[in-house]
Write a protein of this length. Structure first.
Length: 130
């Protein structure tokens, strides 16, 4: 039996975090939400199948979080959602391996498609495992 993928959502905005969580749950994913990068880093980061993160957060930004994950969970695909997109942060995020950089508010179908693609790629990558 295959377990449902687990999506981590990191966003300091309560409404954005709850809305993204509800959307992912409606697609059948297990979700765990975190109000900060610090809270996420205190969890078992290797236990997630995908991370959806805001970029601008107090203390540790999403880009700093992505760098911290390079040694702890290098396989973890990262999708960024930001209300303050700019070319510099997008270039950094994508150069560091982010799978997508989306602007808030993001059309739900765009985010759903992106997550499905990431999860499908991860599943294909593990298909040789027993």
């Amino acid at each position: 039996m295959t377990s449902k993928p687990v999506i981590a959502i990191v966003d300091d905005d309560d409404l954005a975090r709850a809305g993204t969580g509800s959307l992912m749950r409606s697609l059948g994913y297990n979700i765990q939400t975190f109000p900060s990068a610090e809270a996420f880093l205190q969890s078992d980061v290797a236990g997630f199948d995908c991370l959806i993160s805001d970029i601008q957060m107090p203390s540790i930004s999403g880009l700093d979080l992505q760098m911290a994950l390079k040694s702890r969970a290098p396989h973890l695909p990262v999708i960024f959602l930001t209300a303050f997109p700019n070319d510099r942060s997008m270039a950094i995020a994508l150069n560091q391996g982010a799978r997508q950089y989306l602007e808030k508010p993001c059309p739900p179908d765009d985010l759903c498609s992106c997550v499905a693609t990431v999860i499908e790629a991860a599943t294909r990558g593990n298909s040789g495992d027993s």
